[in-house]
Design a protein around this ligand. Structure first.
Ligand code: FE
Ligand code: CA
Length: 516
């Protein structure tokens, strides 16, 4: 299957032809049967005129060096208006270097707004699988609709990534990932209630080699590759891309701070290497990740990072318990700079979205008059939450912000009204929080359980609970936002169908969702 440069650049149907020759089954073709592009392709952070294209050369994906020799390799890329690459609009050559694990990030520009494109890479005689992507509408445009799904928490050992496959099969413009894309644990360190179905490779991640190996293992999954190849992604991380419940430079437990700084730097670099992110690779221990992505006048995503700048969890991160430190005015979950950025620019679209990690609404976990909160979430950082919701409240209801918060982390589906005063059900509703379940974390799950029923009973502003796996599909128009909670019957076996467990609608100008 040697293909000349000329063939690559000019031909139509190259991928199909190559597959027919090699006799590989069609599914393997769709997943990329290349011996070099074993991790698939991805695109992300769409702009009106551009999108980031990603791949990584890894002939031996689980090896420390990916099976690559320690020298730079040129990688050609091309992006076309059609699936068969008859109308190529941009092409170029990027350099894959060993310093960045032979990853490739191309910021392809000069594209038309609100348009579908197809892209692929070539190195030597190897051609990557084809990815499909889509640019954002122009800044002043009034799109009729935007369709996306958001997902989080894909523990590789807890189940098969069928939910990613089902997401790829949806009719979407975009996917949003809210973190826990990988988990740091050694095999069988984090076991789902009904047991794990496959094993992590390598030890608990500490070194750059560990993090690269784990990212590569996840990226070899064909269902995850299909989801990346279907639509552009907007990604942010939570804790497990680095370490459970870390806070800025403070690790979960024991590790000395200096060692944790090295670990964080390794985690952040490997994350950047494996994600379709624009900009520069991290320097030292920092990687600026919070950013805005705008879809005409219809929607703006404020993508938050609630890990890198937060103060330490209060009360020893013990949840739930009595914890007056929750009200510490110096506590911050975003850091001061990100908060200024957020509040200074939160509002420019019909739908103003926070794409973030952890539960924003108050969630009392304790039955009866006693109360207890999960202090790794915004419930542990009340000053941060109050400033955000006070800012929204100042504009409601005469000039609605249409705030919709997207949340991951919890491994369950929830819907919450964001209240001016969570202790007063009669107080104003300021926005809606959609909490999406995990892709796999927690295993098959059940429709409901006693813990979820307790939370629903204790918190009148929390109005929906489901504990199956899946993702949330959203369709936005200027008049309404519909959210469909898509759930799988099982993840411990492959191939589950997906169904809509519940749908909610938010009307423009009316804070609060109604079940559809
Ligand atoms: Fe998680
Ligand atoms: Ca209670």
């Amino acid at each position: 299957m040697s293909l000349s440069r000329r063939t690559f650049l000019r031909s139509t149907g190259v991928v199909a032809a190559a597959v027919a020759t090699s006799g590989l089954p069609a599914t393997a073709a769709a997943q990329g049967a290349s011996a070099l592009f074993t991790l698939g392709v991805a695109s992300g952070d769409p702009l009106p005129d551009g999108v980031v294209l990603w791949t990584r050369l890894a002939p031996d994906p689980l090896a420390e060096d990916g099976g690559m020799r320690p020298r730079p390799m040129p990688v050609e890329w091309e992006i076309a208006e059609d699936e068969t690459f008859g109308r190529i609009v941009q092409r170029g050559t990027a350099e894959a270097t060993p310093e960045l694990a032979h990853s490739v990030h191309v910021d392809a520009r000069g594209l038309r707004p609100a348009s579908w494109y197809w892209y692929r890479f070539r190195s030597g005689s190897e051609i990557s699988p084809v990815g499909r992507t889509r640019t954002a509408p122009e800044a002043g445009a009034n799109p009729e609709r935007l369709r996306f799904a958001f997902a989080s928490c894909s523990q590789y050992e807890h189940g098969y990534f069928t939910a990613y496959r089902r997401l790829a099969e949806e009719d979407l413009d975009l996917a949003v990932h809210l973190g826990d894309y990988i988990y740091e644990y050694a095999a069988q360190e984090y076991v789902a209630p009904e047991g794990n179905v496959r094993d992590h490779v390598g030890p608990e991640m500490v070194t750059l080699a560990n993090y690269r190996q784990r990212h590569a293992q996840y990226k070899t999954d064909p269902d995850l590759q299909a989801a990346h190849a279907a639509v552009p992604w907007i990604v942010t991380w939570d804790d497990h891309e680095t370490e459970n419940n870390y806070a800025d430079e403070i690790p979960e437990d024991g590790q000395p701070r200096e060692a944790f700084r090295d670990r964080r730097a390794a985690a952040y670099q490997a994350y950047w290497e494996h994600m379709p992110l624009r900009g520069e690779p991290p320097r030292g221990i920092d990687l600026p990740l919070y950013r805005r992505l705008t879809f005409g006048r219809l929607a703006e995503f404020n993508v938050l990072d609630t890990r890198q700048y937060r103060t330490d969890q209060p009360c020893g991160d013990e949840s739930p318990g009595r914890c007056p430190e929750r009200s510490d005015p110096a506590a911050t979950i975003t850091g001061a700079e990100q908060e200024r950025w957020l509040l200074g620019g939160i509002r420019s679209a019909r739908w103003n979205v926070l794409a973030q990690q952890i539960f924003l609404a108050q969630i009392d976990l304790v039955e009866g008059p006693d109360r207890g909160f999960y202090v790794d979430g915004w419930d542990g950082y009340l000053a941060s939450r109050d400033r955000l919701l006070d800012f929204i409240a100042q504009r409601q209801p005469v000039d609605p912000v249409n705030l919709v918060v997207l949340t991951g982390d919890w491994h369950a589906n929830w819907l919450a009204d964001l209240k001016a005063n969570f202790d007063d059900p009669e107080s104003a509703t300021l926005g809606t929080e959609l909490v999406g379940t995990s892709i796999t974390s927690g295993g098959d799950g059940t429709d409901s359980d006693p813990e979820g029923e307790t939370v629903l009973a204790e918190n009148p502003h929390i109005r929906f609970y489901n504990n199956q796996r899946g993702y949330v599909r959203c369709e936005l128009t200027p008049d309404r936002w519909q959210a469909d909670y898509r759930v799988l019957e099982y993840v411990r076996r492959e191939g589950s169908p997906v169904t809509t467990r519940a749908s909610f609608v938010i009307e423009n100008g009316t804070a609060g969702a109604q079940q559809a």
